[in-house]
Design a protein around this ligand. Structure first.
Ligand code: GLC
Length: 730
C-alpha cells in the first residue's frame, strides 16, 4: 500500500471515534444497505435505510444515484445521528457512468492499460459529481471460461495482463496518490471478486471452485496483489467456495494473504448477500453463525444482508466475536471515509454535477473502442473499405441499426450507443448506404432474410453486424452454446453466398464459436460491446481511419466442447504434436482439429510486421542475483514491412521447461503496443526479474521460488510464438 501521509492524523481520529461509539454504532458502520436508485429520502422502499441512517446504525448505501438524492440522505446521517459519521455511497460503475466505455474484456483487447485508466478517470469524475464515492470496480477475475457471462467484465485469461489493467483502473479511479481520493473527481476502487471467482466449474456462475494453492497464487491472485500494491481502497469477497471454504468465510485468503501478507488496510466488503449465503453453501448453521464466520474471517462490511447488525452484539457477549476484530473492521470503514474526505466534505456540489457525456468524453470512448477492436481475419484486401471504390454499401444484421451495444453493467439511463449504420453513413457520406435487418438477434424469424440478401447482392460491399446482445452477457448470464443466437448464422451464410465482398462485425461479451461460417467470409472484426460510440468506432476501423491493433485477451475455441482451452496451459505428459497428427495417445479430441479458432494474443492489422530474434542483455543469471533484484533485458526488433502505417502488439512469454511444479507452456511477461509508419523499424525492450521467471509453490504459507535451469523466452505477435531465446538460471 502506498504510504498515506495523512494516516497518522486519521489514526488519531479513528481511535477517538472508537472510544465514543456504542457497540450498536460500531456494528452499524459495518452495514451497507441498498437504495432504490435515483429517488430521494421519503421515496418508496427506503424508510428502513433512512431510519438506520438517522440512528447512526448505517455505514454505507449502494445504488443511490443523483447529487440531490445523495446529499439528502447524507444530511440525515451527518445532521441527525448522534455522532454524525457520514455515509459512503457505492455503485457499480464498471465501464462508465454517463459515458459508457467498451466492456472491460474489450478494453483488455487493446493491450493498452491507458485505455482503462482513461475509462477510470472519466467514470470517476462523472460518478463523484453525482454523489457516488465508491465504485465496485475493477473486476479482475482471471478466467478460462467463455461460457461464464462475467468474462465480459474481466480482462481475460492471463494474470499478467489482468494485473496491468487492474493497476491502471485503480489509478484511473483513485489517482496515483492516496491523498487524491478526497478530490471531487475521484472514487474509491474495489478489487473484486476475491478470489478465483473466474474458476467456477462449468462456467456456471456462483459454482464451485476447487483450486490448488499454486494455481490460486499463480493464476488468480496476481491482479489482486497488484491492485492492493497500487492502493486499491477496498476489496470485495467472491460468491464461490475456494477448495471447500467459501470466499466470504476464508480466513486464509481474506486475512492471511490479503491483510497480513499484503498489508491491505482498506475495507473488505461482502458481495450482495454473500454473508448470508454461507448458510446455503452448507458452511454456516444460521445467520448468527454466518455473521460470525464472515466477520472473523476478514469481511469488514456486510452488503444487503444484516447478520452483523442483527447478531453482532450477542456474538460479542458470548465471546464468539472478538472485540479487537470488531474494532479493526470499524477502523477500516472510518479510514475509508477519512481518505475520501467525507468528514470534511460530506456533501457534493449539486451545481457541479455532470449530467451527460461531453464531446471530450465521447471522443475518449470512441478512441477506446477503436483500440479495442480485433481484426480476426482479412483476406482479398476487403478491408479497409476504400471510399473511392465503395460507392454502395449494404449494412445488415440485427445489430446494424441497434443502440444496444453498451454491454453488461452499463448504468440505467446512460445514453444508448450510436448504431453502426449511422457511424458508417457518417464515415462514407458519398456512398449509397442501404440497410436491412435480415433476422432478429434471437428467435426463429427469417422473414427478413431475402431483403438482406437483396441489398447485399446489389452493393459493392456488405457489412454484417451479428453477435449476442448484452442481455446474455454479465452476471448470471451463462451460455452452454457460444454460437450466434437465433438464425444469425444463416444470415451470414446467405449474405456471403451473394459473392459481394463481405465483412462480419462481431459484437458480444465473450468469445463466440464461429467455425460454422468463418471460412465463408473474407473479413471478421471482433468489436465486443463497444460502448456509447460503437458506430463511429466501427466505421473508423472499417474505413482505416483507425488502424486496427487489438489482440485477443481470451482464446476463441472452435467449439464449446473444447472448453476450457487457453494459452497458459500445462504441457501434459502427452502433448499434441502437429507434426504427428495421427498419433492417437496424446491429449486431443478425436472429432475436431487441435487448438483454438484464434489463440490468445491474436489480432491482425492493415499492414504487416516482422519481428527479429530477441536479444538478451545476458544469457546467464543466478538465483541469488535475481532475488537481489537483478534483471535481464530482452530486446526485440520490429519492422513495419507493409505499405500502411499500423500498430502491433509485441508479446513476450516465458516457459520453464523443467520445474518442480509443471509450468504453463506460455506465461505472458510483457507486451508493448507500438505504432510504426510503413517501413519503420524500432526495438522494443522488456525487463525480466525474479517475479517473472519464478512461480508460487503449493505451500499454503506462500512460497515464491526461482529454480535453476533453462527459461525459454518466446516473442511474437500472438501466443502462438516461435522465436525463442534461452536464459540459463544457475
Ligand atoms: C453483484 C455482483 C457484484 C456487484 C454487487 C453490487 O451481485 O456480484 O460484482 O458489485 O452485486 O451490485
Amino acid at each position: 500500500m502506498p504510504h498515506d501521509a495523512t494516516s497518522d492524523d486519521h489514526q488519531t481520529r479513528i481511535e477517538d471515534l472508537l472510544g465514543r461509539m456504542t457497540v450498536e454504532e460500531k456494528l452499524g458502520q459495518l452495514q451497507q444497505l441498498a437504495w432504490a436508485w435515483n429517488t430521494g429520502p421519503g421515496g418508496g422502499g427506503t424508510a428502513d435505510v433512512e431510519a438506520a441512517a438517522r440512528k447512526g446504525l448505517l455505514g454505507s448505501v449502494l445504488n443511490v444515484v443523483g447529487a440531490a438524492n445523495s446529499n439528502a440522505l447524507q444530511r440525515i446521517a451527518v445532521e441527525e445521528s448522534r455522532l454524525g459519521i457520514p455515509l459512503v455511497f457505492g455503485l457499480d460503475v464498471i465501464h462508465g457512468f454517463h459515458t459508457t466505455f467498451p466492456i472491460p474484456l474489450a478494453q483488455a483487447a487493446a493491450f493498452d492499460p491507458a485505455v482503462t485508466r482513461t475509462d477510470g478517470e472519466v467514470s470517476a469524475a462523472e460518478a463523484r459529481s453525482n454523489g457516488i464515492h465508491w465504485t465496485f470496480s475493477p473486476m479482475m477475475d482471471v478466467t478460462h471460461e467463455p461460457r461464464w457471462g462475467r468474462i465480459a467484465e474481466s480482462t481475460g485469461e492471463d494474470p499478467y495482463l489482468a494485473a496491468r489493467y487492474a493497476v491502471a483502473k485503480v489509478h484511473g479511479y483513485q489517482g496515483g496518490d492516496p491523498s487524491d481520493l478526497s478530490a471531487p473527481d475521484r472514487v474509491a476502487a474495489c478489487a473484486k471478486h476475491f478470489a478465483a471467482y473466474g474458476g467456477a466449474e462449468g462456467g456456471r456462475d456462483y459454482n464451485t471452485v476447487d483450486v490448488s494453492e499454486q494455481r490460486l497464487r499463480n493464476l488468480y491472485l496476481p491482479p489482486f496483489e497488484a491492485a492492493v500494491e497500487a492502493g486499491a481502497a477496498t476489496v470485495m469477497a467472491a460468491f464461490n467456495t475456494i477448495s471447500g471454504v467459501p470466499a466470504h468465510a476464508n480466513a486464509h485468503t481474506l486475512t492471511g494473504i490479503l491483510k497480513q501478507d499484503w498489508g491491505f488496510d482498506g475495507v473488505v466488503v461482502s458481495d450482495w448477500t454473500g454473508v448470508r449465503e454461507l448458510i446455503a453453501h452448507g458452511n454456516a448453521a444460521d445467520e448468527a453463525d454466518a455473521g460470525r464466520l464472515a466477520l472473523s474471517a476478514g469481511v469488514d462490511m456486510e452488503m444487503v444482508s444484516t447478520t452483523f447488525a442483527d447478531h453482532g452484539r450477542s456474538l460479542l457477549d458470548s465471546g464468539a466475536l472478538r472485540q479487537d476484530r470488531l474494532d479493526d473492521a470499524v477502523a477500516r470503514v472510518l479510514r475509508l471515509k477519512l481518505r475520501l474526505g467525507l468528514f470534511e466534505r460530506p456533501y457534493v456540489d449539486e451545481a457541479a454535477a455532470i449530467t451527460a457525456p461531453s464531446t471530450r468524453t465521447r471522443a475518449a470512448a470512441r478512441a477506446a473502442a477503436g483500440r479495442c477492436m480485433v481484426l480476426l481475419k482479412n483476406e482479398d484486401g476487403v478491408l479497409p473499405l476504400d471510399a473511392g471504390i465503395v460507392r454502395s454499401l449494404a449494412v445488415v444484421g440485427p445489430f446494424a441499426d441497434s443502440g444496444d451495444l453498451l454491454g453488461t453493467w452499463s448504468l440505467p439511463g446512460a445514453p444508448e450507443a450510436v448504431p453502426v449504420l449511422r457511424g458508417l453513413r457518417e464515415a462514407l457520406p458519398d456512398a449509397d448506404v442501404t440497410h436491412a435487418r435480415g433476422v432478429p438477434a434471437d428467435g426463429p424469424d427469417t422473414s427478413g432474410l431475402a431483403e438482406a440478401v437483396a441489398v447485399a447482392a446489389a452493393a459493392d460491399a456488405v457489412v454484417v453486424v451479428v453477435g449476442e446482445p448484452p442481455a446474455v452477457s454479465g452476471e448470471a448470464a451463462v451460455r452452454s452454446d457460444l454460437r450466434l443466437p437465433g438464425r444469425q448464422e444463416e444470415l451470414v451464410a446467405a449474405v456471403a453466398a451473394t459473392g459481394t465482398p463481405c465483412v462480419v462485425v462481431l459484437v458480444g461479451g465473450r468469445p463466440l464459436t464461429i467455425g460454422a461460417w468463418a471460412d465463408r467470409v473474407p473479413a471478421i472484426v471482433m468489436a465486443w460491446h463497444p460502448g456509447i460510440e460503437a458506430g463511429p468506432a466501427v466505421a473508423d476501423v472499417l474505413t482505416g481511419a483507425v488502424a486496427p491493433g487489438g489482440k485477443l485477451p481470451v482464446t476463441f475455441p472452435r467449439t464449446v466442447g473444447q472448453i476450457p482451452l487457453y494459452h497458459n496451459h500445462e504441457r501434459t505428459g502427452r502433448p499434441y504434436d502437429p507434426a504427428t497428427p495421427q498419433e492417437k495417445y496424446v491429449s486431443k479430441y478425436l472429432d475436431i482439429a487441435d487448438g483454438p479458432q484464434f489463440p490468445f494474443g491474436h489480432g491482425l492489422s492493415y499492414t504487416t510486421f516482422a519481428l527479429g530474434d530477441p536479444a538478451l542483455s545476458r544469457e546467464r543469471i543466478t538465483t541469488d542475483e535475481l532475488h537481489a533484484g537483478a534483471t535481464v533485458e530482452v530486446a526485440v526488433p520490429v519492422r513495419n514491412t507493409g505499405a500502411r502505417d499500423g500498430e502491433e502488439v509485441v508479446q513476450l512469454y516465458v516457459q520453464d521447461p523443467a520445474a518442480s511444479i509443471a509450468q504453463p507452456v506460455r506465461r505472458l511477461r510483457g507486451f508493448r503496443r507500438i505504432r510504426l509508419a510503413a517501413g519503420e523499424e524500432r526495438t522494443v525492450r522488456f525487463t525480466l526479474g525474479a517475479a517473472d521467471v519464478g512461480f508460487w509453490t503449493n505451500d499454503p504459507a506462500g512460497v515464491h521460488t526461482v529454480e535453476p535451469g533453462e527459461i525459454h523466452l518466446h516473442t511474437g505477435t500472438s501466443s502462438h510464438t516461435h522465436a525463442r531465446q534461452t536464459l540459463l538460471i544457475t
